[in-house]
Design a protein around this ligand. Structure first.
Ligand code: MTE
Length: 317
């Protein structure tokens, strides 16, 4: 098992309380010293970052388990794919800035013994929030290293108890074209849907994220709850989830329905299988100048290759 830096980190609400305390004690200098400074991005060349006021971004770790440094907070929050708001990566933060993700409920149902609907606050307080530093490799050929805050999906699945018939997990994003203007685009079959095989969903690397850089998720990153599956292309990591359903049949994702000639259900990062229009052999790490080689399963092969034993990944891509 690859060692994933994983440590408890102060959740935002606790951070706020502590900051209030420190302020009244006149001890802000100490707090500032405890924060991790962010590096600077040379790429992308984003306009002035669009950020609501919030606590200073902080992460317990500074690099992933391969030693690759974190992508800076401004790039992580200003270079986004979230088609519900905009197809322009550098506009998503601005267009989504007014999106309010409270109140929010997430339903887990389908082939489970205990179907439940959780308020987002319950999910965040019920399961310990851990920091997990993962590489995110977008199918478009760029990548980042992000310190997520969240909890393994298997903890939630254990609570609802999948039945013996459950073989897949289907995830659905909020469908609300009033609040998500990109959903008026008729080319896509909304809502955004993604799926995993049950054993992929139960893998310890599969995370439900509630935050990044020690802060609650911003709208552009999938507030208030998104999936992170680090060995698959980024489009599998569905944002702003409202429903998780256990099924017997393989779910059809938005991308399988909209672009069936591109990727299929699995979408594991694979430098040997090209996209129909470009190679996947290399990638541009945001903040770096030269391209780097793309690793099988995005560098997580030791952890996850066993899930696909006996499968031809050139056919099941
Ligand atoms: N989830 C929804 N609902 N809508 C989207 O457009 N884009 C995906 C994924 N999740 C997307 C989504 C893609 S293509 C990528 S690369 C990642 O989100 C980007 O996550 P980030 O913007 O937080 O880096």
């Amino acid at each position: 098992m690859t060692r994933i830096p994983s440590s408890d980190i102060t959740p935002e609400w606790l951070y706020r309380q502590r900051r209030q305390f420190l302020r009244s004690a006149g001890a802000l200098g100490l707090a500032a010293a405890a924060l991790v400074a962010c590096g600077d991005a040379t790429q992308p060349t984003t306009p002035a970052p669009t950020q609501p006021a919030g606590p200073t971004p902080q992460a317990a770790g500074t690099a992933d388990e391969r030693g690759d440094p974190l992508t800076d907070f401004d790039s992580v929050t200003n270079y986004n794919n979230f088609y519900e708001f905009s197809m322009d990566k550098e506009a998503v933060a601005r267009v989504s800035a007014g999106f309010v993700a409270t109140p929010w409920q997430v339903t887990i149902d389908g082939l489970v013994r205990n179907p439940r609907t959780y308020a987002i606050e319950d999910l965040a307080s019920r399961f310990d929030q851990l920091e997990r530093i993962y590489r995110l490799r977008c199918v478009e050929g760029w990548s980042m290293v992000i310190p997520w805050l969240g909890f393994p999906l298997h903890r939630l699945l254990a609570e609802v108890e999948p039945t013996a018939e459950a073989r897949y997990v289907r995830f659905e994003t909020l469908h609300d074209p009033e609040r998500m203007p990109g959903q008026r685009d008729p080319w896509f079959t909304w809502p955004y849907v993604e799926g995993l095989r049950l054993d992929e969903a139960q893998h310890d690397l599969t995370l439900l994220a509630t935050g990044l850089y020690g802060r609650t998720l911003l709208p552009q990153n999938g507030a208030p709850l998104r999936l992170v599956v680090p060995w698959k292309y980024g489009f599998k990591s569905i944002k702003s989830i409202v429903r998780i359903e256990l099924t017997a049949a393989q779910p059809t994702s938005l991308w399988m329905a909209s672009a069936p000639h591109e990727y299929g259900f699995y979408a594991n990062v694979n430098p040997e299988v090209a996209h129909p229009r470009w190679s996947q052999a290399t990638e541009r790490r945001i903040g770096e100048v030269s391209r780097r080689e793309t690793l099988p399963f995005n560098g997580y092969a030791a952890d996850v290759a066993g899930l696909y034993a006996g499968m031809d990944l050139r056919v099941n891509y």
